[in-house]
Design a binder for this molecule. Structure first.
Ligand code: SF4
Length: 191
């Protein structure tokens, strides 16, 4: 498939999906950029829940992100805490109110319905091929991967079964394996 044809399909798919998410977000009083920031914060680990990381992930300026996060905090969707080791760093966590909204937003019904209408083997292929496309896009353009921790080359499982980040030498919780990280470096064996 050439890039023009692929662009047509991706552009249409992302438009339809985004419109659906935006409509649900509006019902909860959220602007599109606020829903995107909220969703990112629900998926990232504690190294990545800072305003700088949100700006990197969404490809936005720090000013725009600062305003967006300010509204999310003010409206009780996100909670702010100060880093215990470096008081200049702020961490942002999704509150139960924010989680409730996200349950409505993601995954969008429009996408769930489409996937359920596909035969199981096609459904699996779509997921695999889109993942390969994302990896190729990031590799060929030198972009940050923001992948899940368990697929990172620094992710270690010790003999006692506990997880550790080889980059920071800090222990990780079991649930951290599924979270995305701004320091993620793709393992050569991971998809
Ligand atoms: S193992 Fe990789 S993805 Fe996980 S916390 Fe460390 S740097 Fe981030």
């Amino acid at each position: 498939m050439n890039a023009s044809n692929l662009y047509e399909s991706l552009e249409r798919i992302s438009n339809l999906v985004r419109t659906s998410v935006r409509k649900t977000g509006f019902v909860h009083g959220l602007q599109p950029v606020q829903t995107e920031a909220l969703h990112y914060l629900s998926r990232c680990n504690h190294y990545s829940n800072t305003p700088v990381a949100v700006a990197e992930y969404l490809g936005l300026t720090k000013g725009t992100v600062s305003q967006t996060l300010g509204v999310l905090v003010q409206d009780g969707f996100v909670k702010k805490t100060i880093d215990l080791k470096d008081r200049r760093v702020v961490h942002l966590q999704v509150t139960p109110r924010g989680e409730k909204v996200l349950n409505d937003l993601v995954p969008p019904q429009i996408l769930t319905a489409a996937l359920e209408s596909l035969p199981a083997e096609i459904n699996d292929q779509v997921g695999f091929l889109l993942q390969q496309l994302l990896i190729a896009l990031q590799r060929s353009n030198g972009l940050k991967t923001f992948g899940t921790c368990k697929t990172c080359r620094h992710h270690r499982i010790e003999e006692n079964g506990l997880r550790m980040c080889g980059l920071t030498e800090e222990m990780l919780a079991e649930a951290d394996g599924e979270k995305i990280c701004r320091e993620h470096a793709r393992s050569s064996v991971a998809a």
